[in-house]
Design a protein around this ligand. Structure first.
Ligand code: SF4
Ligand code: SF4
Length: 366
């Protein structure tokens, strides 16, 4: 007996779809389904994380409500996806943070920003928060670089550890029924399909999840958010190399590589998540899992806040506002690190694995 209601519903639908097979050309889910006769927990986790919620199979389905079979594949798989993130979270005791993301984010932001403000005032005196600082090393006159490196290095390592353990739990579950070892070809293909969001196109016409004409907007906003995140990560990596290899301390001039990468990435991390939030609001009711709205929007908002506070710090770093803005930005980034393993960020990792596995299945068994 499958442990979750979402899994039992998905198993019922996959059994119906496996007899029908009308949608087999739409995306990766249906060919992967056709390779299975029974659907264990790991199989359904795999199928759910292959689904991009484009809505095309719902529009095409002759068994969708009000038909008595009540087939709604996008909604059923969205619920399995959500449950798969919670089931595999590490530590398991924190899995509830997925559904309580808005509260967790608000508490995290308040505590982290407050702690950075207090730490800056305590390290120097409260007046330093409103005193103009300029030139290389200006940030570290408010808080020492080594303390920041330990704090953010620790937060990053925690997030990496929690995500690695969760991913390991997920891959074990997915591989349980049909063990397959990925080869170079399937890895390249899976990464390419993930990087291009290949299956977000509704079978070729575009995403049909809103009442508007099919469009590629959702893919565009996903790309802006994802590549914006990567550019911001690259900016931090280059700044770290500058610090340790070249002995150059932040802040850097506007034309320097970390600032250019961060500004470009920041723009993507504002436009992308805001576009995704708007898309979620417009998503057709029958395709929308309301239980995920808070989690999804909290994560998008956190990404926007990281960018907005980072860009505000860039613009006002030569003014007396720099101290307060730095504390706010550090608090937001720290909250993001802490929340990553319990946010929809995990879907990127699970989806890449599902796509690599799918490429391998198609090559080996297709
Ligand atoms: S979603 Fe509907 S039309 Fe598509 S395969 Fe399943 S049952 Fe058939
Ligand atoms: S990706 Fe689109 S077509 Fe495929 S299962 Fe999900 S909603 Fe249906």
């Amino acid at each position: 007996m499958l442990p979750d209601e979402s899994l039992r519903e998905a198993e019922r639908l996959m059994t119906v779809c496996n007899s029908c097979r009308y949608c087999e050309g739409l995306c990766a889910v249906f060919p992967a389904m056709e390779m299975r006769r029974v659907f264990a927990e790991g199989d359904l986790d795999h199928l759910a994380n292959l689904c991009h919620s484009c809505g095309a199979c719902h529009d095409d389905c002759q068994f969708a409500p009000p038909h008595e079979f009540a087939v709604n594949v996008p909604l059923a798989l969205a619920r399995v996806r959500r449950d798969s993130w919670e089931r595999h979270a590490w530590p398991s005791a924190l899995a509830g943070l997925f559904r309580r993301s808005p509260v967790a984010m608000a508490v995290g932001l308040s505590v982290a920003v407050g702690a950075f403000l207090l730490a800056m005032a305590g390290w120097n005196d409260a007046g330093v928060l409103f005193t103009r600082q300029a030139g290389p090393g200006a940030f570290y006159r408010l808080l020492p670089h080594d303390a920041l490196a330990v704090l953010f290095g620790g937060a990053f390592l925690y997030a990496a550890l929690a995500l690695t353990i969760a991913a390991r739990r997920f891959t074990r579950s997915v591989d349980a029924q049909m063990p397959l070892r990925a080869d170079a070809r399937s890895i390249v293909r899976g990464l390419r399909d993930a990087a291009t969001l290949k299956y977000l196109d509704g079978g070729g016409v575009g995403c049909v999840d809103t009442a508007e004409e099919p469009a590629d907007r959702r893919r565009l906003f996903h790309h802006l958010a994802f590549y914006g995140f990567l550019l911001c990560f690259a900016a931090t990596a280059v700044a770290t190399l500058y610090h340790y290899l070249l002995g150059r301390e932040a802040p850097y001039p506007w034309y320097d590589v970390p600032v250019l990468l961060g500004s470009l990435g920041g723009a993507g991390l504002i436009i992308g998540p805001l576009g995704l939030m708007r898309g979620r609001r417009q998503r057709r009711a029958e395709l929308k899992d309301e239980s995920q709205s808070g989690m999804d929007n909290a994560f998008s908002l956190l990404l926007v806040l990281v960018s907005v506070t980072g860009l505000a710090l860039l613009l006002a770093r030569a003014t007396a506002l720099m101290g307060v803005l730095l504390a706010i930005h550090l608090g937001v980034v720290f909250t993001l690190f802490a929340m990553l393993p319990y946010s929809r960020f995990v879907h990127g990792i699970y989806r890449v694995y599902a796509l690599v596995r799918h490429a391998r299945e198609m090559h080996e068994l297709g």
